[in-house]
Design a protein around this ligand. Structure first.
Ligand SMILES: Cc1cc2nc3c(=O)[nH]c(=O)nc-3n(C[C@H](O)[C@H](O)[C@H](O)COP(=O)(O)O)c2cc1C
Length: 356
């Protein structure tokens, strides 16, 4: 199903960037969960643009929960959140001149010219606000079970953050950070590099690194619903994602087995591995170590430099000089989207495997 994802917990998204509303429906969330509206607002605020490294289209995200919650708790029936689009400048978008790197051309072909092209329509990063709103409910549900999720900006515009250290503590720190650099000085340099690109009318990309702590061993379904496979599928659904790797990922390829195998140990009470090069997953099933993955986010396709495109109506080559408001970097905003999507997948797979 194109706009629905998940098995025991599914999420459906709908809406367009400049339509009246965007939204999401969660189906399969358990009844009786406290719905922490302050946390939903906080998560939305962390996705919201701020500063010169984000778009100037700032939406208040005044969401409504229109089903699935009664007296502050989930009912267990489909839970739908809608968020109005209030701040749109639809006149900035021209039909027929697709932006290089965006989904304008492919969306035009798929939807046979009937797509709402304004602001990227259904392909817009705007839709991710709805994922973040419902994701906040799932993150709270997992936290109540001792599962925490955190993502830091591993690299932005070529500036690197420090590596995860004490992962559980770092994930806790990230839950309070608005800009997710664990090394605040590196964070300043990231911002400066993104601002420099924005001044040039250009954009930058980067890498996010996510840790999911507290997932018990045994979550994941071989073969095709491996935890890696399902997580990657869902993370690739986030606009601008161009790569996902688990643990040491591609970094394993030039090394020897003796260097990358994670030694298995026990302290008499539990089994664990001494290193975590496999990112907490073996055979598509969690091994009880933190789940670790990295997400490659490309530079924002909409830039203000003139770009080559083709006029789809006249079938003539053309130059695109963009108007509209765009993020010079997506990475820092996508971080909370990755947390939300990862939480939905883990909850779904824990439920499928009987852990919820
Ligand atoms: C939070 C977020 C914000 C985004 N903001 C913009 C933006 O301002 N301008 C833009 O061109 N693309 C933006 N994107 C990315 C596009 O939506 C995306 O590149 C496009 O849909 C094509 O998909 P693809 O890059 O996965 O191929 C954003 C993505 C996310 C997740």
């Amino acid at each position: 199903m194109k706009n629905t994802f998940g098995t025991s917990l599914s999420v459906t998204i709908f809406g367009e960037s400049h339509g009246p509303y965007i939204g999401a429906t969660l189906d399969g969330i358990e009844p009786g969960l406290d719905v922490d509206e302050d946390f939903i607002k906080y998560q939305l605020s962390r996705r919201r643009p701020s500063g010169r490294i984000s778009t100037s289209r700032v939406e208040a995200d005044e969401y409504s929960i229109i089903s699935g919650v009664f007296e502050g708790k989930t009912t267990g029936t489909p839970l739908t959140v809608i968020i109005p689009n209030a701040n749109t400048n639809s006149g900035d978008y021209e039909r027929g001149l697709p932006r290089p790197g965006h989904a304008d051309y492919t969306g035009h072909i798929k939807y046979r010219g009937f797509e709402d092209y304004r602001g990227g329509g259904h392909f817009s990063g705007r839709i991710t606000a709805a994922l973040v709103a419902v994701g906040a409910i799932v993150i709270s549900a997992l936290k109540a079970r001792g599962v925490t999720v955190g993502t830091h900006i591993k690299q932005l515009a070529g500036v690197a953050d420090r590596d995860f250290g004490d992962i559980v503590a770092d994930v806790e720190t990230l839950s309070h950070l608005d800009f997710a650099a664990l090394d605040s000085e590196a964070g300043e340099r990231m911002r400066a590099a993104a601002e420099a690109a924005a001044r040039d009318g250009d954009s930058v990309g980067g890498v996010l690194e996510t840790a999911i702590c507290g997932v018990p061993a045994g979550v994941g379904e071989p073969w095709f619903d491996s935890l890696e496979g399902v997580l990657a599928h869902a993370i690739f659904s986030i606009p601008a994602v161009k790569g996902v790797e688990f643990g040491l990922g591609f970094g394993m390829c030039g090394l020897r087995g003796s260097e990358v195998n994670d030694p298995i140990r026990t302290d008499g009470a539990r089994v664990y591995t001494e290193t975590n090069n496999n990112g907490g997953i073996n055979g598509g099933i969690s091994n009880g170590m933190p789940i670790l993955f990295r997400t490659a986010i490309k530079p924002t396709p909409s830039i203000y430099k003139p770009q080559m495109t083709a006029d789809l109506e006249k079938l003539e080559n053309a130059t695109l000089e963009l108007k509209g408001r765009h993020d010079p970097a997506i990475v820092h905003r996508a971080r909370v989207v990755v947390d939300s999507v990862a939480a939905i997948v883990v909850y779904d797979m824990m439920k499928t495997g009987g852990a919820i």
